[in-house]
Design a protein around this ligand. Structure first.
Ligand code: FAD
Ligand code: SF4
Ligand code: SF4
Length: 497
């Protein structure tokens, strides 16, 4: 993909819009499909390699209007079925086309509480944009209406205009709800339950709330100020926040219910336990889990070397193992922390990569070296126990496995080595066992995830759960959607009490 400057994108959009505005006849579907899909303006790759600021800069008003005009307002709206929280997509896009951004954001907020976040990080190309009629007609999902970018545009517009209001809270009911974990699932439950007048206390193990949105996804993809704004709204609504508070250690679930007077609890503790490859050398100095690496950089701001008290190793040559969003985030962070070479090693091909297409493209633009159909065999060490390299095998694709993806098969005798000083393992996360180990009777499945029914209710009375702790590592929008369902169940239960 060739880099186009934000100025050129803005000028092009202005010119096309002027032509459209000069037309007398209304636009027909074929005219709409001829409007060029609007690229996201972004920081120049050569510049952004050296800073942590957001890469994607957001549409100009002209680009947003043009992109909205591409929507055919399909009667069956297949895009809605692709959105896990069923936002009225044609409705909000029509409002943007009409120049009514306030109406657009109101429509989105009926279904989603975190539009500025989801507009940035949702895997749109495999969700709402995948079934879009325009993309299908133009034979490329990349040509679908850019629904997520439009969602981000109106959410940013609302915030920048200072129009975000603290939601009204109903009179106090005297009921207390405890929320464990402050990721998208927990924050959503907090907002929906507090609105009904119940007292809400959020418990967070880290010193800052926000879950993966704060400690995992880097600033250059999701500015922390956007997440902080959501948290400020919750505290303005009267939610109480207790950080550095580990449920299962500081207090157990049973204590909250039996001694601290909580009427209901929601567990939204995510999937923060990193998986490892179990290969030789994984315990060497210089091997990180992506979680540790990203948490040091994001939450402890280790990248701010002059001011941060948290050190991070100044790597020269880094390998990141994995092909998901977490791997891309770790690789792109390593680039920004000054590594001269960043190798991303993935055992399948780019087609099977779970990472978002945009993130893969951005990583390539920033100079990350992709090793596809390769996988590590062992991590090599110097005489002091530090990482000195990695030995890999080449792979080819065989028959499809249970997931429907073709199974990678090692090619015998294809070993080769890469010199390195750092290895970051980014092959997925499981749920932390602490709560399940300290809560007798809480049922979990074979992966250790909490079992919850369709209403978010767990096997224990008055205890609900949702997000990654139930789904396994999933997405922000799915966590938020589960939070909404659980909050509705909690509110219903408390009214009936
Ligand atoms: P989390 O966001 O994990 O929050 C759980 C919170 O609970 C954490 O703050 C944790 O500290 C706290 N906690 C845990 N145990 C306890 C305890 N015992 N007591 C108190 N607090 C506790 N999704 C996308 O949709 N798009 C993306 O681009 C994307 N990129 C990602 C990049 C990275 C690096 C990672 C790690 C994940 C990414 N995801 C992405 C996944 C997404 O962030 C998660 O699916 C989502 O955050 C899950 O939300 P949650 O509320 O269930 O849990
Ligand atoms: Fe698409 Fe996500 Fe927005 Fe739904 S929330 S419309 S999936 S970007
Ligand atoms: Fe618009 Fe695409 Fe949805 Fe049709 S499917 S209403 S074109 S966004």
């Amino acid at each position: 993909m060739t880099y186009i400057s934000p100025e050129k994108l803005a000028d092009d959009a202005k010119n096309v819009l002027e032509e459209l505005n000069a037309r007398i006849e209304p636009l027909k579907p074929k005219d709409r499909m001829a409007i060029p899909a609007q690229e996201m303006p972004s920081q120049d790759p050569a510049v952004r390699r050296g800073n942590m600021e957001e890469v994607a800069l957001g549409y100009t008003p002209e680009q947003a209007k043009l992109e909205a005009e591409r929507c055919l307002q399909c009667k069956n709206a297949p895009c809605i079925a692709g959105c896990p929280v069923a936002i009225d997509i044609p409705g909000f896009i029509q409002a943007i086309a009409d120049g009514d951004n306030l109406k657009a954001i109101d429509i989105i907020k009926e279904s989603s509480l975190l539009p500025a976040v989801c507009g940035r990080v949702c895997p749109q190309e495999s969700q709402c944009q995948a079934p879009c009629t325009v993309g299908k007609a133009l034979k490329s999902v990349g040509q679908a209406v850019n629904i997520g970018r439009l969602e981000r545009f109106v959410a940013d517009w609302e915030r920048e205009q200072g129009l975000i209001e603290t939601p009204t809270v109903k009179p106090e009911t005297g009921k207390k709800v405890g929320i464990i974990g402050t990721g998208p699932a927990g924050l959503t439950v907090a907002a929906d339950v507090r609105r009904e007048g119940h007292a809400v206390t959020l418990f967070e193990a880290f010193h800052k709330p926000g879950g993966v949105m704060i400690y995992g996804i880097p600033e250059f993809r999701l500015p922390k100020a956007i997440v902080q704004k959501e948290i400020d709204t919750l505290t303005a609504m009267g939610c109480e926040l207790k950080t550095n508070f580990v449920i299962g250690r500081t207090r157990k679930i049973i204590d909250l219910l039996e001694q601290d007077g909580f009427d209901a609890l929601f567990i939204g503790t995510g999937a923060g336990l990193p998986r490892f490859m179990n290969i030789e050398g994984e315990n060497l100095v210089g091997v990180y889990s992506a979680n540790e690496y990203l948490t040091r950089s994001n939450l402890m701001r280790a990248y701010d070397k002059e001011r941060s008290a948290t050190p991070i190793f100044e790597s020269e040559k880094v390998a990141v193992l994995g092909g998901g969003n977490v791997a891309m985030d770790a690789a792109r962070t390593a680039v920004r922390l000054g590594a001269k070479e960043v190798h991303l090693i993935y055992r399948r091909t780019e087609v099977e990569m779970p990472a978002r297409v945009e993130e893969v493209a951005h990583a390539k633009e920033e100079g990350v070296i992709f090793h596809l159909l390769e996988n590590p065999k062992r991590i090599l060490s110097d005489e002091k126990g530090w990482v000195s390299g990695i030995e890999c095998l080449r792979y080819e694709l065989g028959a499809p496995d249970d997931s429907g993806r073709r199974r990678p098969v090692a090619i015998e005798g294809s070993e080769f080595e890469i010199d390195l000083d750092t290895v970051i393992v980014a092959i997925g996360n499981d749920s932390n066992p602490l709560i399940r180990q300290t809560t007798p009777g809480l049922e979990t499945n074979k992966w250790g995830n909490i079992i919850a029914d369709k209403t978010g209710k767990t096997s224990l009375d008055r205890i609900f759960a949702g997000g990654d702790i139930v789904l396994g590592a999933a997405t922000v929008i799915l966590a938020m959607g589960e939070g909404r369902i659980a909050a509705a169940s909690i509110n219903k239960m408390l009214v009936e009490d």
